[in-house]
Design a protein around this ligand. Sequence first.
Ligand code: HPA
Length: 263
Amino acid sequence: MEVKIAVIGGTGVYDPNIMTNIRDETVGTPYGEVQLKIGNYRGKPVAFMNRHHEDHSVPPHLINYRANITALKKLGVKNILATGAVGSLNPAMQPGHFIFVDQFLDFTKCRQHTFFDGGMSGVVHVDMTEPYCPELREILSHAARSLGFTSHSSGTYVSCEGPRFETAAEIKMYRLLGGDLVGMTSVPEVCLARESEMCYATIAMVTNYAAGISPSRLTHQEVVDVMMQYGENIRKLVMQAIHWLDPDRRCDCHSALDQVKLG
Ligand code: HPA
């Protein structure tokens, strides 16, 4: 049976136990093997992947994004709900709030951003006007409202290379450029999902105000602690969204490559 829904758990979201009948699966890809879990939620098969692995041993710049997305594609996944801890640049987006981001600014530096490197794989310039699936974002907003969680239905995610946190000057610049949130993983994950014609949405959870805005210095432990503190809310939100998500629905994201492949 195809698995059409996947959850990618980011920092602090390591527990696949929203599902029943969980089994471990290893998926081979041209980019390396991927370990994930497959289970059921209310009769729907769901894949759960830990982006940083269970012990948070893989930093954002070394995640094998191409292998992860290829593994999900091989399973038949069409819908990805990805969680991510973020710092906030926007006073209206406060710790504990959910943001269903609609745009990104890419400040990553040395990652593999595409499946299309020319040669056999061809050359593709995929449209990125709307990188995050509007239908999944709508479902998430609706789910957050129904659960009484404070959420924002749009926001601009600034994707940084990491693993260091930002300087105060960088945060000031990102604010001037229109960024709302800062994190380290949405790019290239969302780009590769789009190249794979999958619907992708980020569930961004604010853990802190960004450098130079917060009166205190940020630590990774603080990010993990805040994610854990709101872990139950994240679980409830993901469960409600999966419940409302029709795995067989059709979406424009599924034809993102129509007529764009060259060579
Ligand atoms: N910067 C980058 N990544 C983050 C932050 C931050 O302030 N908070 C959580 N992830």
